[in-house]
Every structure is written in structure tokens, then in C-alpha cells.
Design a protein around this ligand. Structure first.
Ligand code: UDP
Length: 458
């Protein structure tokens, strides 16, 4: 009897919520195109395998201590993970590949390629040692991906110290980023050496890959995609926001979403609620937290606010709010530990999103046509926020001013004033363009077809 050979794709996400979501979504898309899926993951931030019964999950030991899993220093965490995971991944792949080739049943799977994040800097050499093609997943806006690789060079060119008079100027090699944004991306003194060598490593280990899959589309990233050939010679697959492809939805949340958000939203008028969430990593001081709380309360408008436990320095959750704060809102405000964000953004009652502009959140907001207030803290958030406010003009930038009056003013401009209506019109146009790109004939759809053909040819 002739053997049926099913192609298996191995995916290895960085253990961060913002990387796990697009990687698992990509896995669902590839599964729907006929590939078998194996997810290799670390013990730290392990995805819930029970939410994805059609995939095989294999866990490797990452060697992080409990203190290391709790550090706020993501760069340190990524460095440790990269140091610790090479051998475990190698062993895991060796077993998988051996198992596949010794299988004598009528249906056989063949490991075809490894897909992992650019932030894993040892995986290219591991893949090479098995003659396995490696595709890199870029979960950033592609402009940021290209730009952040230039940071060591920008630093060498003597960018710092930055005179105040230049703070608002654009960074010539990294527009539309302003110089004051770049200062925040370049890291503090103690991080510089680590950060630059990590970025150099990312560039070195991405170049020999077989291609890069980008969670963006031509409609959002045309210029940087056109520039990419100056750096990379391999094919680039901008397959669009992964969560709007036509595959069954399932959560990849590391935290339990509070489902009471939805019936609470149901009780509110259309486009009347401001959704507030700063993603899975951002933390803030207690005084910043209290300024946001007062700013929201003073608007007298409805808000749904995600405050992750541990995200306010020195506090477990929201205990620093004044006694009676929640009661004083008279039902207009709701605070949860984690929300079903996609459902919240898609809800008719959600009219605005105060966001840190992580790339996933930015894409999710665009895809649901929800105008934004940008409060970026670190890294790519600063660039995404510039696109939102300065290029696409689909949001209002707080310019880092975490102050109650500023917050109240921005919320009113977005939710009540005519400026908000103009922003809404613009984001609706962009929403349509991006959603169209993943439909048959659209740019992302074509790119996905090309990616599927490529993986099939391995
Ligand atoms: N998210 C969620 N519930 C929340 C907050 C965030 O499901 O309460 C999801 C959100 O939909 C997004 C991801 O977590 O997919 C956050 O990724 P993003 O790139 O926006 O930010 P990061 O967490 O990486 O800073």
C-alpha cells in the first residue's frame, strides 16, 4: 500500500504572550492548509495544550529559576532562555526527526521546517545541523523589525546625548520614530552592551534563514517591505494579521480572561466604552496607576480597564485605589485582571482603546475599527504609536504624559468631540483595507498561498 506522507511543521514560540498568540494563530492557519503541527515550548509561560487539541505539544526545560521567571527585565529573560534552551531543543528535534523517519505505518509525517521567533538566536544553527529549513516569524511591525536591527549602528554613530532641541525630530534611519522615542528604545546604561550584541545576533541568525513570515500586510507596511531587499535576500511573507484569517477561533491566553466583561459591555450604549489595557508586560508606578484611575473617573464616561496583578509596582493589584473609588463610579467603570480582548474590541459598545500599542493590540484595534489613545512604554510600542497618531492618524498620542488632566482631555477628544469622529472615519477605511487583504485575491492571502507552496516544497 502506498504511504501517505503528511508534512509536519514545528513551531517554537518565544514564551511571551505577544509572541505566543501570533505563533499559535499561524499554526491554526497552517493546519487548515493540511500541515500537521507540533508546538515545542518552554516550561515558562507554557501555552495551554488543552485549548488546541489538534496540535502536538512538546515541552522543553528552560532552566529558569522562579525569580528569573518573575523578573521585569525581559532582555535578561530572553538572554537566559537563549543560553539554556539550545540543548533541550536540539534533543527534542533529534527525537522527532528520528521518530518520523523510522515510522513504518501507512501514514507517515515528515518534519519539513522549523518556524520560530527572530528573538531565538540559536535556532538557525540547530536547524542547519538537521538540514531543516528555518522560517522566522516577525511579530513586529516590519518597519520596526528593519529599524531595530540598526540600533547598534545608530549608537555607534554617536546619537547620544540627545539635545532637548532635537527631541521632536524624526530619526533619519528610522522614521516616523522621533528622537525622543529612540532614546527610550536604546535601553539604559546597564543594558546597552547586552542589547546591542543581542540585536547583532538577531541580524546574523536571521540572514541565513529560508524566509520571514510577517504579521503585517502591504497595506500597513508597504515602505518597509519594499526596503527589505536591501537587508535580506530571502522571500518575505506578509500574511496579514493572523487572527483575521478564516480559521476557527480559540484562545492562546496565558491568563484566564474574565468573561464577565461581555455581559457588562452588553449593558452599555454603542461606542460608549473606553477599553484600557497595557498588554502582558508593561508595569507602572503606583502614582502613574493613580493618575490613570483619576483621569478615567473624571471623564465621567464608561471604561473597562485591565489591570494585571503585579503590574503596579509594589502592589498585588488595585488596592491603592482610594476607598470607595469603585462605588463612586456608579457602575460606569469595571476593572478586571485579564480580558477576552478580541471579543471586547469587537463588541459594539467599545468606542476607544487606551493602549500601550503592542503590535498585536494595535492590529486587533485596527481590525475592529476601534480608535486609539496611545500610551507606549517601551520597544516597538513607541514606533507603533507614531504610526497610529502621525501616519495613519487613527489615534491620539499621550506623549508619555501620564497625568490625570491629560488623560481626561485625550479621552474626551476621542470619545466625545468631533476629532474622534474624524479618527473613526479614518480607522474604518484602514480596517476595510486590512481585512480585504486576507480575503481571496488580497495581498496577504496571496502571500499566504506563496508561504504554503514554499513549505510544501521543502
Ligand atoms: N490580551 C488579552 N487580554 C488582555 C490583554 C491583552 O487577551 O486583557 C492579548 C491581546 O489581545 C494581544 C496580547 O494579549 O493579543 C498582547 O500582545 P501585544 O503585542 O499587544 O502586547 P505585549 O503583551 O506583547 O506587550
Amino acid at each position: 500500500m502506498e504511504k501517505i506522507i503528511k508534512k509536519r511543521v514545528i513551531l517554537f514560540p518565544l514564551p511571551l504572550q505577544g509572541c505566543i498568540n501570533p505563533m499559535l494563530q499561524l499554526a491554526k492557519i497552517l493546519y487548515s492548509r493540511g500541515f500537521s503541527i507540533t508546538i515545542i515550548h518552554t516550561t515558562f509561560n507554557a501555552p495551554k495544550s488543552s485549548d488546541h487539541p489538534l496540535f502536538t505539544f512538546l515541552q522543553i526545560q528552560d532552566g529558569l529559576s522562579e525569580t528569573q521567571t518573575q523578573t521585569r527585565d525581559v532582555l535578561l529573560q530572553l538572554t537566559l532562555l537563549n543560553n539554556n534552551c539550545e540543548n533541550p531543543l536540539r534533543k527534542c528535534l533529534a527525537k522527532l526527526i528520528k521518530h518520523d523517519s523510522s515510522d513504518s505505518r501507512t501514514e507517515e509525517t515528515k518534519v519539513t521546517c522549523l518556524i520560530d521567533d527572530s528573538g531565538w538566536v540559536f535556532t538557525q544553527s540547530v536547524a542547519d545541523s538537521f538540514n531543516l529549513p528555518r522560517l522566522v516569524l516577525c511579530a513586529y511591525k516590519f518597519t520596526f523589525f528593519l529599524g531595530h536591527l540598526l540600533v547598534p549602528q545608530i549608537r555607534r554613530d554617536g546619537f547620544l546625548p540627545l539635545p532637548d532641541s532635537e527631541a521632536e525630530e524624526l530619526v533619519p534611519m528610522f522614521p516616523p520614530l522621533r528622537k525622543k522615542d529612540l532614546v527610550r528604545i536604546m535601553g539604559n546604561k546597564s543594558q546597552v552592551e547586552h542589547l546591542d550584541s543581542y540585536l547583532v545576533k538577531i541580524l546574523e541568525t536571521t540572514k541565513p534563514a529560508s524566509g520571514i513570515i510577517v504579521m503585517s500586510c502591504e497595506e500597513l507596511d508597504q515602505d518597509s517591505l519594499a526596503e527589505s531587499h536591501k537587508v535580506f535576500t530571502f522571500p518575505i511573507y506578509p500574511i496579514g494579521p493572523s487572527h483575521i484569517h478564516d480559521v476557527p477561533a480559540s484562545s492562546s491566553s496565558l491568563f484566564e480572561p474574565d468573561q464577565s466583561c461581555i455581559p457588562w459591555l452588553d449593558k452599555n450604549e454603542t461606542r460608549s466604552v473606553l477599553y484600557v489595557s497595557l498588554g502582558s508586560i508593561v508595569t507602572m508606578s503606583e502614582s502613574e496607576f493613580l493618575e490613570i484611575a483619576c483621569g478615567l473617573k473624571n471623564t465621567n464616561l464608561a471604561f473597562l480597564w485591565v489591570v494585571r496583578p503585579g503590574s503596579v509596582h509594589g502592589r498585588d493589584w488595585i488596592e491603592s485605589l482610594a476607598l470607595g473609588f469603585m462605588e463612586s463610579l456608579e457602575g460606569k467603570g469595571k476593572i478586571v485582571k485579564w480580558a477576552p480582548q478580541l471579543d471586547v474590541l469587537a463588541h459594539r459598545a467599545t468606542g476607544g482603546f487606551l493602549t500601550h500599542n503592542g503590535w498585536n493590540s494595535t492590529l486587533e484595534s485596527i481590525c475592529e475599527g476601534v480608535p486609539m489613545i496611545s500610551l507606549p512604554f517601551v520597544w516597538d510600542q513607541l514606533l507603533n504609536a507614531r504610526f497610529v497618531s502621525d501616519v495613519w492618524r487613527i489615534g491620539i498620542h499621550l506623549e508619555g504624559r501620564i497625568e490625570r488632566g491629560e488623560i481626561e482631555r485625550a479621552v474626551r477628544r476621542l470619545m466625545v468631540e468631533s476629532e474622534g469622529e474624524e479618527i473613526l472615519e479614518r480607522i474604518k477605511v484602514l480596517q476595510d483595507e486590512v481585512r480585504r487583504s486576507v480575503k481571496r485575491g488580497g495581498s496577504s492571502y496571496r502571500s499566504l498561498d506563496e508561504l504554503v507552496d514554499r513549505i510544501s516544497s521543502f
